[in-house]
Design a binder for this molecule. Sequence first.
Ligand code: PEP
Ligand code: MN
Length: 260
Amino acid sequence: MKKQTKKPIIIAGPCAAENEEQILASLEDARKGGIDFLRISLWKPRTKPGFDGIGDKGIDLLVKVAKMGVNPSTEVILPQHAQAVIDAVLPATKDGKLLIWIGARNQNHYIQQEIARVAAAHDRVYLMVKNQPWHNYEHWEGIIEHVLAGGMPKERLLICHRGFIPNGVNPHGYRNVPDYDMTEKIRVKYGLPMIFDPSHTGGTVDNVFLIAQQAAEHPFDGLIVEVHPDPKNAMTDAKQQLTWEQFDTLAKPQGTSVLF
Ligand code: PEP
Ligand code: MN
């Protein structure tokens, strides 16, 4: 990630939490890989109805990971999800951190503010907001301003670029197309860490590598990458999830990230 002197922020792990074996299989890699947060997403809003995450049943997985010294992270859809995860995970460690994020499909500004209010109240909780699916600068600003209006302190707020739904030129067939100029404008305007998501932009393993290489030419502060112990049998986003071996060739995080 260009221009950054400290290690980039790295969030990696399965698209969706499926079961305990899958998370434990990711834990060792998360420990040795210098990952800041292990992705263990419990709620999965889908374009069409289907497996939409294991939900509250998976909160214990986050607790288990936190107790093993790894910081967990998950998408939350409602403020009550955020509260339930925080209530369970924070007491499990004295100084472990928790990351929750608001996904691209969650574009109710009232809900965004309420999630921010819940996250803001706990100083070990970080909040990440992804851009909306459609290509629009004002709306992206709006998401950030709504969570700030909900009281989220900037020191614990991250932005994530996951590209926009393709509309026109897309020679590589990316699932979502990045807009690096817009990303940089937002990053500079709000002075917040900007995380790049090569998984939901790329859409396939080959594209994840290609787009991560492109993105390295731009001043991102970190990456969120989908990595699964058995991608072929993943319940969601099987085409774009890397194995942990592939992840090791994509990112070699070491040292203290810009966040901590
Ligand atoms: C995700 O990160 O799991 C996800 C569904 O991505 P997005 O919200 O960017 O579509
Ligand atoms: Mn996914």
